[in-house]
Design a protein around this ligand. Structure first.
Ligand SMILES: [Zn+2]
Length: 334
């Protein structure tokens, strides 16, 4: 039996809309799945492809996971499915790949359903390839669904964008019960409901970003950095030794972590019940350390971290820049 792919709970409205239109025979021929990273667009696209090719889809529209089509999809060898990604070592999707796509979609379906193509990421299609793709978008063959996934739809040619129907994966403002339950299951018991809300806020409303904040090595590294700061503050460690240890990580990443920890300590000093922390899971430790450090000093250090950031090829994250400005505003001084 193949794995049954279902859309994530927060994708239910988009999913139901598309399944209803599919059943009514009104699916557009090209969909642009757009929205920030961390919303699960790729997963959605693969779930939809499986659903459309499945021989006995389930009631809510997703694939059965058992039929011949589902098994072929699982094996990555369904003849009516084409995934177009940048080839290894290449930046974008090239014109030869688009030509292959055009040949693919001109054939009739092998299994009598339709053909499904996913271009991922769509902003990786180079200019010549995008122009070749335009022809296909203008004169679609009836039975092919073309999906384009993009984190940055503004980077696409406007002519490509306008020929697709856009499905926007908006960041979440809050969690519906099903999405909350799903995330809670993934995160385990270490994260309570209130912390989950704080993490969603810190991730900019992107549920899969919440998972990577907690599950990957990101949280332990942040924890380690904060412990390091506490040890230095208590005179239990050497700054030189710690700098040598931290050197193993990318400087940009460490600076970003330092920035977020210092900014959180400032936030906690200003408003102890603050909701909008960048590191909500470290709140207790941040609070304990923040109480021992002078606000003016934290502020000066934060500015110094910011200045070091600017030195890194002059590429400052807009969010970092904004935070600095807003914090300056909130504290009424620069
Ligand atoms: Zn099936």
């Amino acid at each position: 039996m193949a794995e049954v792919l279902q859309p994530y709970p927060w994708q239910a409205p988009l999913w139901q809309g598309l399944i209803a239109r599919h059943r009514a025979g009104q699916l557009p021929h090209a969909l642009l799945l757009s929205g920030p990273q961390g919303m699960g667009k790729r997963h959605f696209a693969e779930s939809l492809a499986r659903a459309l090719l499945c021989e006995q889809p389930q009631e809510e529209g997703s694939a059965c996971g058992q039929c011949r089509a589902c098994l072929l999809m699982q094996a990555g060898s369904h003849p009516d499915w084409l995934l177009v990604e940048p080839e290894e070592g290449k930046q974008g999707i090239g014109i030869d790949q688009i030509r292959a796509l055009i040949r693919f979609q001109s054939l009739t379906s092998q299994y009598g359903k339709r053909r499904v193509v996913l271009l991922d990421p769509a902003e990786g299609i180079n200019h010549a390839a995008a122009n070749a793709l335009l022809k296909t978008l203008e004169e679609p063959s009836g039975e092919t669904l073309l999906m384009l996934r993009s984190d940055r739809p503004s980077a696409l040619l406007p002519t490509v964008r306008s020929r697709c129907q856009q499905q926007l994966f908006r960041p979440l403002i809050g969690l519906d019960p099903a999405s909350r339950q799903w995330l809670q299951q993934q995160l385990g018991e270490g994260v309570d409901s209130q912390q989950l809300d704080a993490l969603l806020l810190a991730s900019g409303g992107r549920p899969l970003a919440v998972l990577s904040m907690v599950q990957q090595e990101e949280l332990p590294l942040r924890q380690r950095c904060l412990e390091g700061l506490a040890e230095l503050h208590a005179g239990q460690a050497s700054a030189v030794a710690m700098a040598a240890e931290w050197e193993a990580f990318e400087l940009r990443r460490i600076l970003a972590i330092l920035y977020s920890l210092l900014a959180d300590m400032i936030r906690l000093q200003l408003v102890p019940q603050q909701d909008g922390l960048a590191n909500p899971l470290l709140r207790k430790h941040l609070q304990a350390l923040a109480e021992k450090v002078d606000l003016a000093f934290l502020d000066t250090l934060l500015q110094r971290v910011q200045a070091r950031f600017s030195l890194l090829q002059g590429q400052v994250k807009p969010q970092v820049m904004l935070e600095e400005l807003l914090l300056a505003w909130q504290q009424r001084r620069v």
